[in-house]
Unconditional design. Structure first.
Length: 176
């Protein structure tokens, strides 16, 4: 079982602009149309657990980018378009209860996505691995990947690779 973060961040640590916009990610030159290992990563997970704000950003993407089930962590009931009702489920509650529920459905390797969701998982020490791709841009402000925590969490660097001569993708595993 593993809870894995897979995300891109600016050099100054932001995952989106203040309004949630990720347009700067679409500006990355990609002459080979690489997915930078995303498909390979998705083959390793059973489902995606994302926050409501992230879901609101991706729900209108066409084609829908996820073949795996998507669970939206929210205390509110965001709209799920009818075309996605078989692929998206809204869940809520304490994180350990949510994970227990997913594990009981046979979902053990979970892709954790969304700023506040990632921060919540880190605060509860529920992240086993982080794959972070740094994009060579300084946004100056925005939604940070990391927030304040009451405890230190140590990770080991497992791998780093340079993608397309500009991006630095690093994999960190939680030291337990």
């Amino acid at each position: 079982m593993a809870n894995i973060v897979y995300i891109a961040t600016s050099l100054d640590g932001f995952i989106a602009r203040k309004d949630g916009n990720i347009d700067w990610l679409m500006e990355i030159p990609n002459p080979d149309q690489s997915d930078y290992g995303f498909a390979e990563f998705m083959n390793k997970v059973d489902a995606i657990l994302m926050g409501r704000s992230t879901y609101e950003t991706v729900k209108d993407f066409r084609p829908w980018p996820y073949a795996k089930p998507v669970f939206v962590l929210s205390s509110k009931q965001p709209e799920v378009p009818s075309g996605l009702s078989s692929r998206v489920e809204v869940i809520g509650g304490e994180l350990t209860s949510v994970l227990d529920s997913l594990n009981s459905k046979g979902i053990h390797n979970i892709y954790i996505d969304g700023g506040l969701t990632i921060q919540s998982f880190l605060k509860e020490d529920l992240v086993d691995e982080m794959i972070i791709t740094r994009i060579p841009i300084l946004l100056g402000s925005g939604i940070p990947l990391f927030g304040e925590m009451e405890q230190e969490l140590k990770f080991d660097l497992a791998e780093t690779e340079i993608l397309n001569k500009d991006l630095v993708k690093s994999t960190y595993r939680r030291r337990r």
